[in-house]
Design a protein around this ligand. Structure first.
Ligand code: IFM
Length: 448
């Protein structure tokens, strides 16, 4: 397997800025484990894990044991040569019941992580929320409760005060459209349209409140939020499918960026949001931001299903569409399109905060993990990103999802996105071929 970057791929990245940031992303619940250690409270995902609904009955109890092995993981990042690492803080590790009493041992873990990153010359990018809501807050209504705005602002203040001397890059939420569309409480209750709109609005308000807290607390903060941008396309030429795709597209791609970056809800959402909108809310949501975090994997194909809350189901991909082993379409040019569109619409520097390839990797007889398909995917997608930059999109960085194989939500450990293989029996880390490829790419572009 040739891990070297071919000259053509190399050249195709020439349109990226000389100070372009290469990084990797992870999230707390997906890698940390140690869910009952050092005073951490339970999150909603600990409770889902007990429900037996996760594939193979997997839980996040151990995950990649990053809580104990963070030093080894920082060493991997250093070997990779990245400039930045995006991680998230587990709210229930810091505030076991979501509010009130602070867990010093939880804060101390992130101190160790941040200090280790800085010592390795890697800039920490801290995301406040990557889906692990404290269970105690869920029991008080979670995001359905407008008080969640204050809960989140208080949590943001604690994180900002503690880490803001060393961390300057903050994101409020990761992919709010995904955890609202597919949350168990809302996304699965097909009659819950009012709950759905209420949740969207409260998460947007919580975002705005946290931005104000971060801005007031952290000198020199650079703040953004992170959005899933996957074009929703009809799975047939039927008019009903086109309408269903257009409707889902608004909820998936616009429900959060539009109010956060432009101060208004898309017209389609307004009747649903209206009952929850108080005077001044849009101004509370739309606070000045420094960058746009964009996560992209693939277009989504949609068909009409009037029996569901938003009137859609996932439909067939166009025949012949190349797919990853977990059935996600591989269409690198769609990445270029979403980057150019986000640049034109929001006009802020863009950081690609997630992009990656899910598969079922396994070590070969020699113990190595060769993943040429992931390398092809990353090469094609980074080339498309560079094509977007050549078209004028102001793209400043790219973070591979993910550093490690990890807990992939409802799919448990069955979907592997890492450029490092994790043997869950021993927790041994094995850099895949794509790890070496990415390392070469970073070295080559930095010295180009
Ligand atoms: O693993 C997830 C991540 O938590 C959010 N974005 C998509 C990834 C792959 O599904």
């Amino acid at each position: 397997m040739n891990n070297r970057i071919e000259t053509a791929e190399h050249l195709s990245l020439a349109s990226l800025r000389p100070d372009f940031i290469w990084g990797v992303s992870t999230s707390s619940f997906q890698i940390e484990g140690a869910t009952r250690e050092d005073g951490r409270g339970l999150s909603i995902w600990d409770i889902y894990g007990q429900s037996g609904e996760i594939q193979n009955h997997d839980t996040g109890d151990v995950a990649c044991d990053h809580y104990h092995r963070y030093g080894e993981d920082i060493a991997l990042m250093k070997q990779l040569g990245i400039q930045a690492y995006r991680f998230s803080v587990a709210w229930p590790r810091i505030l076991p019941t979501g509010q009130g009493e602070i867990n010093e041992r939880g804060l101390a873990f992130y101190d160790r992580l941040i200090d280790g990153l800085l010592a390795a010359g890697i800039e920490p990018w801290l995301c406040l929320y990557h889906w692990d809501l404290p269970q105690a807050l869920e029991e008080r209504g979670g995001w359905l409760n407008r008080e969640s705005v204050e809960w989140f602002a208080d949590y943001a203040r604690i994180a900002a005060r503690r880490f803001g001397d060393r961390v300057k890059r903050f994101a409020t939420f990761n992919e709010p459209s995904i955890f609202t569309l597919f949350s168990r409480a809302i996304g699965r209750d097909k009659t819950a349209e009012d709950k759905f709109h209420r949740t969207i609005h409260h998460v947007n308000l919580a975002h705005g409140a946290a931005v104000d807290v971060l801005r007031a607390t952290v000198k020199g903060a650079s703040i953004g939020s992170i959005h899933s941008r996957q074009p929703c396309r009809p799975s047939s030429s039927e008019e009903a499918d086109a309408a269903a795709a257009a409707r889902l597209d608004v909820y998936w791609n616009d429900a959060f960026p539009e109010p956060q970056y432009r101060g208004e809800y898309p017209p389609l959402l307004r009747p649903g949001i209206e009952p929850h909108l108080l005077a001044g809310d849009l101004a509370r949501i739309c606070r000045p931001l420094d960058w746009f975090g964009l996560n992209h994997y693939s277009p989504v194909y949609v068909k009409a299903n009037p029996g569901t809350m938003l009137g859609y189901d996932f439909g067939d991909k166009p025949p012949g569409t190349p797919l990853t082993p977990i059935d996600w379409p591989i269409e690198p040019d769609a990445f270029r399109e979403v980057l150019v569109a986000a640049h034109e619409r929001y006009g802020l520097p863009i950081y690609v905060t997630e992009n990656g390839y899910g598969a079922h990797d396994r070590p070969d007889a020699s113990g190595a993990v060769d993943d040429p398909e992931r390398i092809r995917f990353l090469a094609d997608y980074t080339a498309s990103m560079a094509a977007a930059a050549a078209q004028g999109a102001d793209i400043r960085g790219y973070f591979v999802w993910s550093l490690l194989d990890n807990f992939e939500w409802d799919f448990g450990y069955s979907h592997r996105f890492g450029i490092t293989y994790v043997d869950y029996a021993t927790l041994r880390r094995i850099p895949k071929s794509s790890f070496h490829w990415y390392k070469n790419l970073i070295t080559a572009t930095r010295h180009a």
